[in-house]
Design a protein around this ligand. Structure first.
Ligand code: PLP
Length: 373
């Protein structure tokens, strides 16, 4: 599954520690360490704010703190999560110019540039880095260029710590994420990484809600203004220690091989990938449900016969695609076993294939990548 994802044993163990008082020196030290390590994962010298919420809380906070009610912003989407930006804006009373792309294709930077040129006055642009509903990863540097000097906000709830996103180097003003996908931590924490000009804009607009207000959260500093989920914060520290020990570049490299293996296995089974192949789209692999196979039958059989959870499609892609998540605590053998099980399941459902073709392609891809060190 692309999330909530499995937890490394170290992260499970951190969850069994006694509760720490949220104002104690011990907890403040964990909090400060987590913020420092998160800045490394976001690849930013800007600020990182932590909220006790799911990832959507960080998205809501970005709209509430960066756009005034009645203001018009641009949203460029290519799937279910991108469209969530528009729903949040509707609730916050923010007006939207929506460049809604095809589900399964990346966001089109030229369409964004054209829409912004046709409608001067827009100051904030919201996009999605990894569109988890389709597996597509959009080209953020191209979207940065298309957005001109406007504030650019990217949803990286599933892609952070999976697909390289050097936000400072690429000039992305705000990146939002959550704890339960690439970061190998239970659900319960959301993050906003913001550069100085985004913080300045937010401060100038006044409060962005009470609980999700960036200024209140920032000035809380190492003392979060409200009681944080202390256990999940301690678990996040354990997960970030693992990421730092592996090395962020190695984490990205591992995901590149996982993604390549999974795409090779799926294609070798005669399945069609959703959307164009992209060597950086390594969060989730989506394939079309083959003709004649009922959409829900594949995840159901995977779970019932093998105890392997894969996801179906969301929204308009429900029952049309399946999604294999490989973001976070995943290793090469997970792809071998998942594709191996998928072969048996599809064979049983009458999809023509040669047993072993998928696993062979997966193994060849891994062998060509060199054995992991
Ligand atoms: C999972 C996800 C979200 C929503 O996160 P929640 O934690 O479920 O609120 C938003 N955007 C993307 C791209 C996601 O993958």
């Amino acid at each position: 599954m692309p999330g909530p994802t499995a937890l490394p044993p170290e992260v499970v163990a951190a969850g069994a520690r006694p509760i720490l008082y949220s104002r104690s020196a011990d907890f403040v030290a964990i909090w400060e360490d987590v913020v420092t390590r998160l800045k490394g994962v976001f690849q930013t010298e800007g600020e990182v704010l932590i909220f006790g919420s799911s990832g959507t809380g960080a998205m809501s906070s970005a709209v509430a703190n960066l756009a005034a009610p009645g203001e018009r912003v641009l949203i460029a989407s290519c799937g279910n999560f991108g469209e969530r930006w528009a729903k949040i804006c509707a609730d916050e009373g923010v007006d939207v110019l929506h460049v809604a792309g095809e589900w399964g294709q990346p966001i089109d930077p030229a369409a964004v540039a054209a829409a912004l040129e046709a409608e001067p006055g827009i100051e904030v642009v919201f996009v999605t880095q990894s569109e988890t509903s389709t597996g597509v990863v959009s080209d953020l540097p191209a979207l940065r260029a298309a957005a001109g000097d406007r504030i650019l906000v990217a949803d990286a709830v599933s892609g952070l710590g999976v697909a390289d996103l050097p936000m400072d180097r690429w000039g992305i003003d705000v990146v939002v994420s959550g704890s339960q996908k690439g970061l190998m931590t239970p659900p319960g924490l959301a993050f906003v990484a913001a550069n100085a000009r985004a913080i300045e804009r937010s401060a100038g607009l006044g409060p962005g809600g009470f609980y999700l207000d960036w200024e209140r959260t920032r000035t809380g500093g190492s003392r979060s203004p409200f009681t944080p989920p202390v256990t999940v914060v301690a678990q996040l520290q354990a997960a970030l220690e693992l990421i730092d020990a592996e090395g962020l570049e190695n984490v990205f490299a591992r995901h590149r091989v996982l993604g390549r293996m999974c795409r090779a296995g799926v294609k070798a089974l005669g399945l069609e990938l959703l959307g164009p192949e992209n060597p950086e789209a390594n969060v989730v692999t989506a394939f079309r449900v083959p003709e004649g196979v009922p959409g829900k039958a594949i995840p159901k059989a995977m779970r019932e016969r093998f105890g392997i959870t894969i996801a179906g499609g969301q929204g308009r892609l429900a029952e049309k695609i399946c999604r294999i998540g490989h973001c976070g605590y995943y290793d090469y053998r997970d792809i071998v076993t998942t594709v191996g099980a998928l072969e048996i399941v599809l064979d049983g459902l009458g999809h023509p294939l040669e047993l072993g073709a998928g696993v062979t392609a997966v193994q060849r891809t891994l062998a060509a990548a060199g054995l992991p060190g």
